[in-house]
Every structure is written in C-alpha cells, then in structure tokens.
Design a protein around this ligand. Structure first.
Ligand code: ADP
Length: 255
C-alpha cells in the first residue's frame, strides 16, 4: 500500500511537472514571438530612414557634381534622417535593457528648479512655448535620478510638441505625499479606444499621419519603463480634437 501511494504521488508530481514544463514552453514561445516581432519592427523602422539616405546619396553621386543645387536639399534630408536613426537606435538600446540593468544615480533634486531648467532647455531647443504653473509651496526636494526624470519629461513634452502646434502647459502640485507633474497639450488628441494601446512598443495611432511627425512609436513604451524604474506612476487622458494630458505621480517622503 505504501509503495502504491508513493507511485500515485509520483504520478501526480510527474503530471504537475509536465504541466509546469508545458507552461514554461508556452512562455518561452510567447517571448520568442515577441522578440521576433520586436526585431522585425526595429529593422523596418531603421530601414525607412536608411532608404532615404541611400537614395539621396546616390542622387548626389550621379548628378551632384553637374548640379550643385541638389546639395542643399540632399544634405538636409540625409542629416535629418541620420538624426532620426540615431534617436531610434538610442531608444532601442534603452528598451533592450531589463529593468534591473538600469543604473539609478539618485540624488536630492530641487523639483521647481529642476523643472524650470528642463522646460527652459526644451523651449530653446524646439522653439515651443511652455507655460509653467506650480502649486508647490517653497522648495520641494525629491530623491530621484535627474537624468532619467528629464528623459521621461522630454518624451511627453516631445509628443505634446509633435501632436499639437500650440503652447504646452505644465502644472505641478502636491497632494497626500505625492507630487504631480501634469503636461497638457491642445492638439489632435487620441481616440478613447486607442488610448490603452499607446504605451505598446511601436504602436502609433495613425501610422501615415504620424510618419510626418517623425515618431517611431517607441517613446511611450520607453516612458513606461522609465516610470517603472523611477517609481513614477503615469496617467494619460485624451480627447480627440481637444488635446492630451499626461500626469506623473512621484512619491515624496513625510516632512
Ligand atoms: P511616437 O514616436 O510615434 O510619437 P509614442 O510611443 O511616443 O510614439 O506614442 C505612440 C502614439 O500615441 C503616437 O504615435 C501618437 O499616435 C499617440 N500620441 C502620443 N502622445 C500624443 C499626444 N500628446 N497627442 C496625440 N497623440 C499622441
């Protein structure tokens, strides 16, 4: 009887092991599929600017010497596509990291000063007005990775710039030991049913329309990862034709 029950148990265990094994294979297959999809999307995204560079370079090679007026437009196109490729490669490299590989360089950051500096730099770089209002009293310090927080803010500011042509407004405030940073634009907005998908890698609401704005569909997925690494919750609200508001919630310690 003892032997029989042992055999029964091992049969159960074998069955359980088999189930676990099948589950693991499923997970591996799904991950493999996702990776394949990622590589294929990434290659596609890199191929587009590369094709533009190649055709302008070959145009210059064939006719550049005889027709120097071709230079201006060609160099402009090659330069902007090269920038796009560099930005895309940087985003891809960051996304290829696992969360635990992100090295955080934490320091006490004076939030108001940091935000003013960041918005000022963005305004000058992109020539787009940012209207900044704050409800934060005094000087509030948060412990964070300044560089990564800046990167996160730039993704949202950059989207506000790309998908709207009006001034960007930012409001910050503090509530229940949480600081919020709210970035709003009055641009094209996002349809309600598209909203949950915009944080997916390579997802773009309207590919044709967005290609003109130079997006890759990677910005928000990178923002999601940065948010996780920094412990910042991200909320997004949008109305098509009205605009989009993104809110970042940062934890601040008592006192
Ligand atoms: P992209 O590089 O295409 O901007 P993102 O991952 O940053 O990629 O955003 C995904 C998609 O979400 C964008 O292609 C765009 O369709 C939509 N989106 C993001 N932010 C905004 C915004 N502020 N206004 C309107 N649409 C937006």
């Amino acid at each position: 009887f003892k032997r029989l029950s042992l055999d029964m148990r091992s049969k159960d265990e074998l069955h359980e092991m088999g189930e676990t094994f099948n589950h693991m294979i499923d997970l591996l297959e799904t991950n493999f599929e996702k990776q394949k999809q990622f590589v294929s999307n990434a290659s596609h995204e890199l191929k587009t600017p590369l094709t533009v560079i190649e055709s302008y370079a070959s145009l210059l090679k064939r006719r550049g010497l005889q027709e120097p007026e071709l230079f201006g437009e060609s160099i402009e196109a090659i330069h902007s596509e090269a920038i796009r490729m560099r930005e895309l490669t940087e985003q891809l490299l960051l996304l290829a990291k696992h969360n635990e590989q992100w090295n955080l360089h934490l320091s006490q950051v004076n939030l108001n000063e940091f935000l003013k500096k960041t918005f000022h730099a963005f305004q000058s770089a992109y020539n787009r007005k940012i209207i900044y209002n704050t409800e934060i009293q005094g000087s509030l310090e948060v412990k964070t990775d300044e560089q990564k927080l800046k990167q996160l803010l730039y993704i949202f500011l950059d989207n506000a710039r790309k998908y709207s042509d009006k001034a960007i407004t930012v409001l910050t405030g503090e509530k229940d030991h949480q600081v919020f940073i709210q970035i709003s634009d009055q641009g094209i907005g996002i349809q309600e049913d598209e909203l949950p998908k915009v944080f997916d890698r390579f997802y773009r609401v309207d590919k044709a329309r967005n290609r003109k704005s130079g997006g890759s569909g990677l910005g928000l997925s990178l923002a999601k990862e940065l948010g996780e690494v920094l412990g910042i919750r991200i909320g997004i609200e949008s109305k098509e034709g009205i605009g989009t508001t993104v809110t970042l919630y940062l934890h601040v310690k008592n006192g």
